[in-house]
Design a protein around this ligand. Structure first.
Ligand code: DX5
Ligand code: ZN
Length: 216
């Protein structure tokens, strides 16, 4: 079944524990944690010191999305903070394979993210090692943006690439996803839906999480 990973970026940062409780009750599978450094993307959010205390509060899978330059410097910090899956950007480093290997050396799952204007083919050299591909459906940096249409084609291309590899690789999309537009992404082969505003601004998060799994 499709997994739902609500992005805490859209939550109330003064109430992180109760916000996590809210998505647990809503039936979320993972929790998506957006780490931004103000350099790779224009915005700054939070880092490992904020994630670590949350690890004691929930059993949800910690899906950490690193939007930082040279992510290899901080992999151990996020492992120690309780990350289960660490996704970093293809555009953020010289040697993605070294980052994947380092994440795996700690027994964690590795994801590779591509920005809207990066070709799907960029992930291909790493397909034998990856546990997840993240196709950004908005420019990384901010929540609440509109989904960029042309990124949907890349989801289909990545889905085929995963099928051809014969490996069990999750396919995630992130940004501007709502019950109203998720169907086309699911049809293209998406397996993990990230949704910030859709879940946290919903009056009925459980209903929204249910709808995000199947689309309207
Ligand atoms: C954007 C982040 C997303 C964002 C999604 O850079 O990676 O995870 O929080 O938020 P919505 O669902 O509101 O577009
Ligand atoms: Zn994200």
């Amino acid at each position: 079944m499709t997994k739902i990973s609500p992005s805490m970026l859209a939550s109330d940062f003064s109430e992180l524990t109760s916000e996590i409780r809210k998505i647990e009750k809503a039936g979320a599978d993972w929790v998506h944690l957006d780490v931004m450094d103000g350099i790779f993307v224009p915005n700054i959010t939070f880092g490992a010191p904020v994630i670590k205390p949350l690890r004691k509060k929930t059993e949800l899978v910690f899906d950490v999305h690193l939007m930082i330059v040279d992510p290899i410097r901080y992999i151990k910090d996020f492992v120690d903070a309780g990350a289960d899956i660490i996704t970093f950007h293809y555009e953020s480093c010289e040697d993605p394979e070294a980052v994947i290997d380092l994440i795996h050396s700690y027994g964690k799952r590795a994801g590779l993210a591509i920005k809207p204007n990066t070709e799907a083919e960029a992930v291909k050299p790493f397909i034998d090692k990856l546990d997840m591909i993240l196709v950004m459906t908005v420019e990384p940096g901010y929540g609440g943006q509109s989904l960029i249409e042309h990124t949907i084609d890349k989801i289909a291309v990545c889905s085929q690439m995963i099928k051809d590899s014969g490996r069990d690789i999750e396919l995630q999309a992130d940004g501007g996803i709502y019950a109203e537009n998720v169907k086309r992404l699911l049809d293209a082969g998406l397996t993990v839906v990230v949704a910030g505003s859709a879940v946290f601004k919903s009056e009925d998060p459980a209903k929204t999480v249910g709808l995000l799994r199947v689309g309207l």
